[in-house]
Ligand binder design. Structure first.
Ligand code: ADP
Ligand code: F6P
Length: 323
């Protein structure tokens, strides 16, 4: 393998830049030519490709977003789109591509590999919804962004003695809610993986108030239900002032945490090593703090296990007497 490329695809995630930097600099250190593909698979189809060097990735390790931009490409989902992408890769003599994205992007990487362009997937998504890896790049930063917001909301919530419902992202995964809820001491954490009852949420609120709590925080994952509906249901049952904040895209931006920068640097470097060994159709991840690589089809077929023990711990610690 002589010429490799890197692209980011799907929703952006903080740490994608650190991963791009690692891919580019690892490739150069191994004597490979490295190209950046702009705007995900759309850019590949259109030939929006340029050679990168050490300087192209200077001063980006800390930045959220992705310097290569990202896209969701409908055209690439078609056989015709994929064939165009393969021809363009051949025009640039690209033998292998590092695809940084989530499971949708990995489906694309699998298709390209089957058509002769070796791809290695690097998990870049705030959702932490890939089963084969303990963490995805961007998750830790998103959790810290949520915590920052929780701390601010807690100030005003205390002044007014209010209940604050905070809706966080994660698509069908409850991990952002779980980790930020545990770290932020939320009274209730509502996730798609665990059934909940409004009565239980209300009981915890009342018990908290009775022991003198001035505010209560409820974190709800976007995949678990409608935050505004929950607000109404609580209002109907409990005589407390309830407000909802939907955090939205602030979770996906901003400075990347050290944990995400380190993870991205390790995964990017391993992805290049695999390409240099002539391998494709694999994804890299982290298990028990060791970098691992897994067949892409196996990775896509694995079902993510929710950490019920951690959830139980969060519930116990937030309101022991509400059990
Ligand atoms: P993520 O990678 O974050 O899960 P998406 O699910 O939006 O994000 O996928 C990103 C892109 O990957 C899509 O816009 C599409 O171009 C490509 N992709 C998704 N699913 C497939 C598929 N089944 N076959 C080929 N390409 C796909
Ligand atoms: O996959 C990352 C994510 O931020 C999800 O948490 C969220 O549901 C989705 O992307 C939002 O997507 P979009 O950027 O298309 O609004």
């Amino acid at each position: 393998m002589k010429n490799v490329a890197v692209l980011t695809s799907g929703g952006d995630a903080p740490g994608m830049n650190a991963a791009i930097r690692s891919v580019v600099r690892s490739s150069i250190s191994m004597g490979l030519n490295v190209f950046g593909i702009n705007k995900g698979y759309n850019g590949l189809i259109r030939g929006d490709i340029h050679q990168m060097n050490m300087a192209s990735v200077a001063d980006i390790i800390q930045k959220g977003g992705t310097i290569l931009r990202t896209a969701r490409s409908e055209e690439f989902k078609t056989e015709e789109g994929q064939n165009k992408a393969v021809s363009i890769a051949k025009v640039f003599n690209i033998d292998g591509i590092v695809v940084i994205g989530g499971d949708g992007s990995f489906m694309g990487a699998k298709k390209l590999t089957e058509k002769g362009i070796a791809c290695i997937g690097v998990p870049g998504t705030i959702d932490n919804d890939l089963a084969y890896t303990d963490y995805t790049i961007g998750f830790d930063t998103a959790v810290n962004n949520v915590l920052d917001a929780v701390n601010k909301i807690r100030d005003t919530s205390t002044s007014h003695e209010r209940v604050s419902i905070i809706e966080v992202m994660g698509r069908n995964s409850g991990d952002i809610a779980l980790y930020s809820g545990l770290a932020g001491g939320a009274e209730s954490i509502i996730v798609p993986e665990v059934e909940y009852s409004v009565e239980d949420v209300c009981r915890r609120l009342i018990i908290g108030r009775n022991r003198g709590k001035l505010h209560s925080i409820i974190i709800i994952a976007e995949g678990a239900g409608d935050a505004k509906e929950l607000e109404e249901q609580i209002r109907q049952r409990v005589d407390m002032d309830v407000r909802t904040s939907i955090l939205g895209y602030i979770q996906r931006g901003g400075n990347t945490t050290a944990a995400d920068r380190v993870l991205a640097s390790r995964l990017g470097a391993r992805a290049v090593e695999l390409l240099a060994e002539g391998k494709g159709g694999r994804v890299v991840g982290i298990k028990d703090n060791k970098i691992v690589d897994v067949d892409i089809s196996n990775a896509l077929s694995m079902k993510k296990e929710f950490d019920h023990e951690l959830y139980k711990l969060a519930t116990t610690l937030s309101s022991r007497d509400a059990q």
